[in-house]
Design a protein around this ligand. Structure first.
Ligand SMILES: [Zn+2]
Length: 130
């Protein structure tokens, strides 16, 4: 059975954007920290110490410790990942699904879910609900 994955565009875009921002922030933070910790024997401990002691100045009085930036980036990354996962729906081809028109509330069966369909009752182009 073929799997069909439908993404809700807004959630998917937002999720990917958050994921990208989180990854970039985390990469930049670690990238900057790396030269200072790469020579030490215990990289994890050194990295932790470095992240706690160094600050990032965002200007206009906003200063965050690198550790806080790292935690924030991870949080954004995870939220992004969740939003992406939650905004996708997997359908199986060949399985009939029940669709509902948001206007006339009529239901009908279709071979697979579609993001856009024409309602057979009121003939409107709709995004069917399930
Ligand atoms: Zn309708």
């Amino acid at each position: 059975m073929t799997k069909i994955t439908v993404y809700k565009l807004v959630g998917y875009t937002l999720g990917l954007a958050l994921f990208a921002i989180g990854s970039i922030m985390l990469t930049v933070t670690l990238w900057n920290a790396w030269p200072a910790v790469a020579d030490s024997n215990d990289i994890l401990t050194a990295l932790q110490a470095y992240l706690w002691t160094n600050e990032l100045d965002f200007g206009s009085g906003v200063r965050l410790r690198l550790m806080e930036v790292a935690i924030l980036s991870t949080a954004i990354l995870i939220i992004g990942l969740f939003t992406t996962v939650l905004s996708r729906q997997v359908f199986h081809r060949g399985k009939y699904v029940l669709l509902q028109c948001p206007f006339c509330r009529n239901r009908w069966k279709a071979e697979r879910a579609r993001t856009w369909a024409t309602c057979p009752y009121c003939n409107k182009l709709i995004q069917p609900q399930q």
